[in-house]
Design a protein around this ligand. Structure first.
Ligand code: FMN
Length: 251
């Protein structure tokens, strides 16, 4: 890295993290309708009901200090499948709804700048009991999995899109978080890009901790080929693009 490219990089970072909070210039201030809280889907689309929190049977309680103390990046998984209860718990812990207020405000299990929640969770399912392999999208408001498409050689393609990281293709399921920038831009304009990235960090940390409760493991993955992963998930790379990944498997 040359000194000038380093300076350029630091300026780039400062530009990205500087909060230019000029609310008068946002679409919200102009009275534009807010975008939907989750991407719409066709009512007839194939969906799987996920067991709600009060019906989980194989999600043991562990104390928070144990989960925090044990958390680490795990890159070796067994062949054992995840159960639907376990998957439901992990999705709820990362993006689930924890409260709906009378006024219609919906709050999740993770924080988000302005409660905008500008992330969608795509789930590459490889080895989950009662769920056929393929790519799904989590619907937090319905607590359902929406079937998106099936894909041949999905594990190999996941490894390829993550620059040869073979533990990604060896996972039972891969959480793929995609940014929907307009959901944040509507309120924050140019300040969106900072808070969007911060939001993704909270989500992945909850996944790490939740995995500890169900004898599973995960590893944050920020090294991937942007176009390859977006193409694999069928995202346009503009209105929606991959921001973070996390393979999950039993350990
Ligand atoms: C933003 C971010 C991106 C990461 N990307 C990768 C990755 O692409 N591949 C990988 O093996 N680990 C990745 N990691 C995991 C780190 O290597 C790991 O957190 C670090 O070595 C500390 O280990 P620990 O998580 O076990 O404490 C990433 C972690 C973060 C927070």
């Amino acid at each position: 890295m040359t000194p000038s490219s380093r300076d350029q990089g630091r300026e780039f970072l400062k530009d990205a993290i500087r909060l230019e909070l000029d609310f008068s210039q946002t679409d919200q201030a102009r009275g534009v309708e807010p975008p939907p809280l989750e991407k719409p889907f066709a009512p007839e689309a194939r969906r799987i009901d996920l067991p709600p929190p009060d019906r989980w049977k194989d999600v043991p309680l562990i104390d928070l200090a144990t989960a925090v103390g044990r958390r680490h990046s795990r890159r070796r998984f067994t062949d054992r499948p995840l159960t639907l209860d376990e998957l439901s718990f992990l999705l709820w812990a990362t993006q689930g709804v924890r409260k709906r207020s009378g006024s219609g405000t919906i709050l999740r299990t993770v924080p988000s700048a302005g409660n905008r929640h500008a992330l969608e969770t795509y789930l590459a399912v490889v080895n989950v009991l009662d769920v056929s392999p393929g790519v799904y999208r989590y619907l937090p408001l319905e607590h359902q999995l929406l079937f998106e498409f099936s894909e041949e050689r999905l594990p190999e393609k996941l490894t390829e899109a993550t620059l040869g990281q073979s533990f990604v293709g060896a996972a039972a399921a891969v959480f793929c978080w995609a940014a929907v920038p307009y959901r944040m831009e509507w309120r924050y304009g140019l300040a969106s890009y900072k808070v969007l990235a911060l939001d993704a960090g909270h989500v992945c940390q909850n996944l790490y901790l939740a995995c500890e409760a169900v004898a599973a493991g995960t590893c944050a993955v920020g090294a991937y080929h942007q176009q390859k992963i977006d193409r694999l998930l069928r995202l346009d790379g503009k209105e929606e693009f991959t921001i973070y990944l996390a393979p999950v498997g039993k350990v």
